[in-house]
Design a protein around this ligand. Structure first.
Ligand code: F6R
Length: 613
């Protein structure tokens, strides 16, 4: 979704803002702009399209200043053109705003303001914000109070940043609800503002995250955080460990490819410090569980969206098989309105790489309001889903830039396995021998992922063979059924090829009618308890003239006799097989999209962090 960057200090704000916006490109956007304050005047440059358009504009008509704000916009109200791009100026040219979120009552506000004589220059909901700030300022409020009064008028969730030539020594930032984060990066004689950490990491590692209903008045030397009534709030700056170099593409063509290849490391990091292989134990201190509190849990509801929900579906099987606790998986956008059966013995476990997905946050709030304990598995440090949870397992994968999630899918698979073991141990659901052997199984996972990655050429060859298909069916059963869903999602979101996934047993109830020469079938048939069922499914597809690509375990001669199209995976204990079978599917989708010449990292219509409903 939209990205925000702001700067105040001694340096030229323009390149800092442009650079920061570049680091947020991965979030998806369709226009961009920036405003700087120069000798008492606000100057603006904006353009539709990618950041290189804005950069060219700034090269041709430069602007400089030591305080400024910038934005990458993902259109919600009004076309993605120059006049709708942020920042938006008020009527006097003295106030300027950038905004993430949706002003739900903007039509009413616009009518009211128009009736009072305000002229609008864009079709956006955001423009109402700057006119309101201007109006409250004119009636005697200072900038901070004008922003507070404005926010009281707005319905919906917002992150806003405001600058004014009337108070040229400050930027005011505010957050209401979950329309993305607002983070203040702390420097020496300079400070930074952003919607996301990657925008400011090259300048500072100390940051303050605004909670909902907080605002910050940021000057060169000071950051003052208050609530929406102006009362000071004490905040503790956090030290961020991410390496900005990790956010560079390196030798890879696309971030997605880089991130697929980072999984050996991210999975190693996921285990580090949490698994004692000698003792055969898992440590998840972040959840603060003891045997008593673990036994009190009667039900776990995993809630998430998209790829994260697929991880949750695997998690259900892991937790039920290992810890013997009933688990439901609820799509967050449904759960939030489902009036779910939740009580104080229920844990609502949210999975989210961004930690800012509006539906997932709302689902967490729904769980909380009904008395559930809240846990989360989150990648983005300091995000809302991390902060509001009673316990959070932090994914150890670093920033994920490609919009299609890869390493932030496999990490929670392992996190859920660890959680299942931890719960099973605390509740006495597994004996020592089983626990020890399940822990030992983890040891080889990063290396097995590495073996899959080494086979990229074979995957690319199959991608070349199938790149012109327009439809595909993905089939799996049991623990690999969610991986069929995930494989199909990866293919459709980056290659725009129609891909559908089914639990293979459902084929005979309808979808089998689709199978003919033009409908290749991706069948997940590793060596797991559902293997025989998958073989019969493959045979049925072949009998109807379909091409079958099988994901099969090394040495499987039976499958080798059935189809020439095989993505081989190394032998893996079945509870961990989803981590392994996912890898060729990620690479298959990546290579098809890349062969089709598509924008792999920023597929159309998609954003990295979905902060609107
Ligand atoms: C697909 C993808 C999305 C996200 C979904 C939830 O590759 O990335 O389906 O999984 O939008 O996002 P998070 O994990 O940020 O809550």
């Amino acid at each position: 979704m939209c990205g925000i960057v702001g700067y105040i200090g001694e340096r030229d704000a323009t390149p800092i803002i442009l650079n920061g916006l570049k680091r947020l490109e991965y979030r998806g956007y369709d226009s961009a702009g920036l405003a700087v304050l120069n000798e008492g005047n606000i100057e603006i440059r904006r353009d539709a399209g990618k950041l290189n358009h804005l950069e060219a504009l700034v090269r041709n008509t430069p602007i400089h200043g030591q305080i400024g704000i910038g934005h990458t916009r993902w259109a919600t109200h009004g076309e993605p053109n120059e006049r709708n791009a942020h920042p938006h100026l008020g009527s006097t040219g003295e106030f300027v705003v950038v905004h993430n979120g949706i002003v739900e009552n903007y039509l009413t506000l616009r009518e009211e303001l128009s009736a009072e004589g305000t002229r609008f220059n864009s079709d956006t909901d955001t423009e109402t914000i700057v006119h309101l700030v201007e109006k409250f300022y004119a009636s005697g409020a200072n900038l901070e109070a004008a922003v507070q009064q404005t926010l009281k008028q707005l319905k919906g969730a917002h992150g806003i940043v405001v600058m004014s030539s009337r108070e040229p020594d400050k930027i005011v930032a505010a957050r209401v609800g979950n329309a993305g984060g607002v983070v203040i990066g702390l420097g020496e004689g300079e400070n930074f503002i952003a919607s996301d950490l990657p925008a400011i990491l090259e300048h500072t590692r100390r940051a303050v995250f605004l909670e909902s209903h907080q605002m910050a008045v940021v000057t060169r030397d000071e950051v003052r955080v208050t609530d929406m009534s102006g009362w000071a709030v004490e905040v503790k700056p956090q030290n961020i460990a991410w390496d900005p170099v990790a956010a560079e593409k390196g030798v890879y063509r696309h971030f997605m490819q880089k991130e697929i290849h980072e999984q050996v490391r991210s999975l190693t990091d996921t285990l580090a410090g949490r698994v004692d292989f000698d003792e055969g134990r898992v440590m998840l201190h972040e959840l603060g569980l003891d045997p008593q509190s673990a036994r009190e849990i009667r039900k776990i509801i995993i809630t998430a969206c998209g790829t994260a929900a697929h991880a949750g579906m695997v998690g259900k099987i892991l937790i039920e098989r290992i810890a013997r606790i009933p688990v439901e998986v609820a799509i967050a956008s449904e759960f939030r309105y489902a009036d779910p059966l939740v009580d104080e013995h229920t844990v609502v476990l949210a999975i989210s790489q961004s930690g800012e997905t509006a539906d997932t946050l709302a689902a967490m709030e729904e769980g909380r309001s009904k008395g559930a304990k809240l846990w989360s598995i989150v990648n983005a440090i300091g995000s809302q889903a991390m902060r509001i949870a009673d316990g959070c397992i932090s994914m150890q994968v670093g920033p994920e830039i490609g919009v299609a999630s890869t390493k932030a899918f496999t990490a929670p698979l392992l996190d859920l396995y660890l959680l299942a073991l931890h719960l099973g141990d605390l509740r006495g659901a597994i004996d020592e021998d089983r626990r020890f052997s399940l822990v030992q199984d983890l040891m080889s996972v990063p290396a097995l992922v590495g073996e899959c990655l080494d086979r990229e050429q074979a995957v690319a060859a199959l991608a070349r063979k199938f790149k012109n298909t327009r439809h595909m069916l993905y089939l799996g059963r049991g623990i690999n059924m969610p991986i069929a869903y995930e494989g199909a999602l990866k293919l459709k979101e980056i290659s725009y090829i129609h891909a559908e996934a089914y639990p293979a047993g459902e084929m005979k109830h309808g979808p089998i009618a689709l199978i003919d020469r033009s409908m290749p079938v991706m069948a997940l048939a590793p060596n797991d308890p559902w293997y025989d069922k998958m073989i019969s499914q493959i045979e049925q597809a072949l009998a109807r003239g379909g091409d079958v690509i099988a994901i099969a375990t090394d040495g499987d001669e039976l499958i080798a006799d059935l189809t020439p199209n095989i993505l081989w995976v190394p032998k893996t204990p079945w509870l961990l097989s989803p981590v392994i079978t996912t890898i060729p599917l990620q690479m298959f989708a990546y290579h098809i999209a890349s062969l089709l010449g598509l924008d792999v990292d920023q597929p159309r219509n998609l954003a990295k962090s979905v902060t609107v409903e």
